[in-house]
Design a protein around this ligand. Sequence first.
Ligand code: G3H
Ligand code: 13P
Ligand code: ZN
Length: 333
Amino acid sequence: MVNYKDLGLVNTREMFAKAIDGGYAIPAFNFNNMEQLQAIIKACAETKSPVILQVSSGARKYANQTLLRYMAEGAVEYAKELGWEHPQICLHLDHGDTFELCKSCVDFGFSSVMIDGSSLPYEENIALTKKVVEYAHQFDVTVEAELGVLAGVEDDVVAEESHYTKPEEVIDFATRTGCDSLAISIGTSHGAYKFKPEQCTRDPKTGKLVPPPLAFDVLEEVEKKLPGFPIVLHGSSSVPQEYVDIINSHGGNLPDAVGIPEDQLRKAAKSAVCKINIDSDSRLAFTAAVRKVFAEKPGEFDPRKYCGPARDEMTKLYKHKIIEVLGSDGKAE
Ligand code: G3H
Ligand code: 13P
Ligand code: ZN
């Protein structure tokens, strides 16, 4: 049993309270490897932004749970080495789907876990979430829950259609489960194909797809029911067209990839949405940089020569998100 406090990590409670008061959102960036983690920490240290490092169960399988934990501990030390005096770093399980997985992460030094019972019937979601909350709170680990279904792929869970969160359920759900934050469904989804072309319009000048707006009316209803309660947005990558273009013009094939426009996320960050999840954009930045090196220097076979540029591109992306979209810069000196 390792407690996250011994690793220099923090839970989400204070981060979220400050973010709601200050009208900004905490970045929740997924990581699977060293380069992503280095880029996240460098970007956050340079901007003094609190951060949530997210690990999915797929990431845990890919990277090994022991390594990931030591990487998070190392991240705190690396942040200090970069001159960030008081790093505010949370290690969070993304989309935990069983009590056992959440318990194992709590026992392994995570400071926050998500129990995603969103695909279960309502009462089962409540029972599972409550069980995780009761366990995690003994160790001051915070718990994110989910109500409503996002379209797309969440590890092994695939949903064809999204179902918006029902605002009339949120008070009952938050009260009975005791969760610390709630992920809601208002039209975002995971991955690089968030909307089908037929759901979008086309910009007549550029020919690019323009997605429909998020359901801010649902978010406002939720905020009215639970004033000041931390709300989470999953599936919040913007799928930057520049990365899609680089990938497609250097041997890739991402037809009609489309994400959430950044102005929508800026608006969300000013509301009770205090955690914004971004994974796909980092994957796109990484892939664009690697494809470019491979296309321009076919003789290159030193991984540092293509993972290095990928890391630089991700650092640029994370800083952009922090400063230009979420507004979390300067919030953790
Ligand atoms: O929710 C999805 C995240 O982007 C994690 O993705 O399950 O492929 O690691 P993953
Ligand atoms: P994206 O696929 O939009 O990056 O969403 C990531 C996410 O929600 C992780 O839980
Ligand atoms: Zn998610």
